[in-house]
Design a protein around this ligand. Structure first.
Ligand SMILES: Nc1ncnc2c1ncn2[C@@H]1O[C@H](COP(=O)(O)OP(=O)(O)OP(=O)(O)O)[C@@H](O)[C@H]1O
Ligand SMILES: [Mg+2]
Length: 311
């Protein structure tokens, strides 16, 4: 068995060949799990692995760097920063650093953001995804196993999850034991066939920070404010996103134009595919599978449905 402490991030191996002592898997996503000298744990995905030198907590987390030097992304209700990292000898990487809000109370969101045709109790019962569930759902949506094969959902890239070593009181994190218990059960069910040393767990006293790739472009809300998209175009885009998510077997309870990033072509016009605005989605705290998709996957993985329906 390879000990974590013997593994340096300098190892020049492809992600698929990270040693067994380092490889873990949760909710269908593979990670390289790397402890740091402070007692934290960094979980790198295959998207984060090539950037591993820049994703080391010493680079973006230590001494509060992401909130000292990063740009706080305002307008949202969570704690989210944009940070550019350029380590000597490494390519520059633009990160989104987002503190997971799992097991916290979900602040009431506008009923208008709940996609139409959904029962209102979905909003009342909403819970934030835990970081591992969120990465699992994003990856499932990106892999796109359901719905029209030509329809692909573009998302920000999930690079890593960091379980920081500092311990907090529950009131500081806004968590309750009752809420945490449900997440823990879901993760335990997912990990039930995994050996102890490879098991992924959640610690109720620790903060979990997710790292994503920044998506270049402008969000649809800002484009409307700037007069570059009309109210009708933005409404049409929002309902198309809801519809496309549904076709692929997903929904986002607080789906809204600020979460859709649009790109420009070199001539300054907004990029389109087959005449329709191309968009990338960036907020998945409240991403869920639809009942139709849950039924579909329950044929080969009943545990997915079991724990999602217990929510
Ligand atoms: N990876 C990204 N690339 C580009 N823009 C982003 C990215 N992540 C976030 N943003 C921008 O920052 C805003 C705030 O981020 P995010 O939606 O993750 O925060 P939040 O606190 O969850 O917000 P909300 O209260 O809307 O749920 C987004 O609406 C989006 O416009
Ligand atoms: Mg959000």
């Amino acid at each position: 068995m390879v000990k974590f402490s013997e593994i340096s991030l300098d190892v020049d191996i492809p992600f698929e060949r990270v040693p067994p002592g380092m490889h873990v898997r949760a909710f269908g996503v593979d990670y390289a799990r790397i402890p740091d000298s402070q007692g934290g744990l960094l979980y790198l995905t295959k998207y984060g692995w090539p950037w591993r030198q820049s994703l080391r907590p010493g680079v973006w987390f230590a001494e509060g760097r992401y909130h000292r030097e990063g740009q706080r992304l305002r307008g949202g209700t969570g704690t989210v920063y944009r940070l550019q990292v350029s380590e000597p000898g490494e390519p520059r990487v633009e990160l989104v650093v987002k503190v997971s809000r799992f097991a916290e109370y979900v602040p009431l969101f506008m009923p208008s953001t709940l996609p139409p045709n959904l029962p209102p109790n979905l909003a009342e019962e909403a819970v934030f995804n835990s970081p591992f569930e969120e990465f699992g759902l994003i990856e499932d949506m990106r892999r796109s196993r359901f719905g029209p094969p030509e329809l692909r959902m573009l998302t920000k890239r999930p690079l890593a999850i960091y379980s920081s070593p500092r311990r907090y009181k529950l009131w500081q994190l806004g968590r309750t034991e009752g809420r945490f218990h449900d997440y823990d059960l879901a993760l335990q069910a997912d990990q039930k066939d995994v050996d102890d040393e490879e098991r992924v767990s959640l610690d109720i006293e620790r903060q979990y920070i997710m790292l994503f790739g920044w998506v270049r472009g402008e969000n649809a809300e800002d484009l409307e404010i700037a007069g570059e998209l009309s109210r009708e175009e933005v409404e049409e885009l929002t309902s198309r996103v809801n519809d496309e998510l549904d076709q692929k077997g997903f929904r986002i309870l607080d789906n809204k134009p600020k979460h859709f990033i649009l790109r420009r072509r070199p001539d300054g016009t907004l990029a389109r595919r087959k005449g329709k605005l191309a968009y990338v989605q960036v907020d998945f705290e409240l991403l869920q599978r639809t009942e139709a998709y849950r039924r579909h996957i329950s044929h080969y993985d009943p545990s997915v449905v079991l724990h999602e329906e217990s929510r």
